[in-house]
Ligand binder design. Structure first.
Ligand SMILES: [Zn+2]
Length: 135
C-alpha cells in the first residue's frame, strides 16, 4: 500500500521544484530590484545622483565638495553626513567618551629622579667649585 502515492508525492515534489526553478524570472527581477536598490542606496538630495550601498561617507562628502558650491552643507545633500567630520572621517580624533585624557604619568617618580640628578650635579659642581676654590 502507498507505493503509488509515494511515487506521486515524489513526482509532485519534483514538479514543484521545477516550478520553483521556473520562477527564476521573478527571482532575477527581485535580484535586479535589490541590486538597483543597492546601487541607489544613497541619493544626493541636491542633484539626485545615486551611490552604491557600499559608498562610504568620505566618498559622499567628496561628491558634495566636487559637485556643489563651496559652503554647501553636506547634510543637505546626504543626511547621513550630518555628523561627518572631513578632518576626522573615521572619528579617531574625537575624545573618548570618558574624557580621562590618557593614562596619568607617574610624575612624582620622574621628579624624584630629576631631583636626584640635580643633587648629583650639585654635588659634582660643588666638588668642582671646591677645586676651583672660588668660595
Ligand atoms: Zn549632489
Amino acid at each position: 500500500m502507498g507505493k503509488g502515492s509515494n511515487v506521486q508525492k515524489a513526482q509532485a515534489a519534483r514538479e514543484r521544484n521545477q516550478k520553483k526553478m521556473g520562477k527564476s524570472d521573478e527571482e532575477r527581477k527581485a535580484a535586479q530590484a535589490k541590486s538597483k536598490a543597492d546601487a541607489a542606496a544613497f541619493m544626493c538630495l541636491a542633484c539626485r545622483q545615486t551611490f552604491m550601498a557600499n559608498a562610504r561617507p568620505p566618498l559622499l562628502y567628496q561628491h558634495v565638495i566636487a559637485k556643489h558650491p563651496a559652503g554647501t552643507d553636506p547634510a543637505s545633500c546626504f543626511p547621513q553626513l550630518k555628523d561627518f567630520d572631513p578632518n576626522d572621517p573615521k572619528g579617531e580624533k574625537k575624545p573618548p567618551a570618558g574624557g580621562a585624557g590618557g593614562p596619568v604619568k607617574p610624575k612624582k617618580t620622574n621628579k624624584k629622579k630629576d631631583d636626584n640628578l640635580d643633587a648629583l650635579l650639585d654635588a659634582g659642581l660643588g666638588g668642582n667649585k671646591k677645586k676651583g676654590g672660588k668660595k
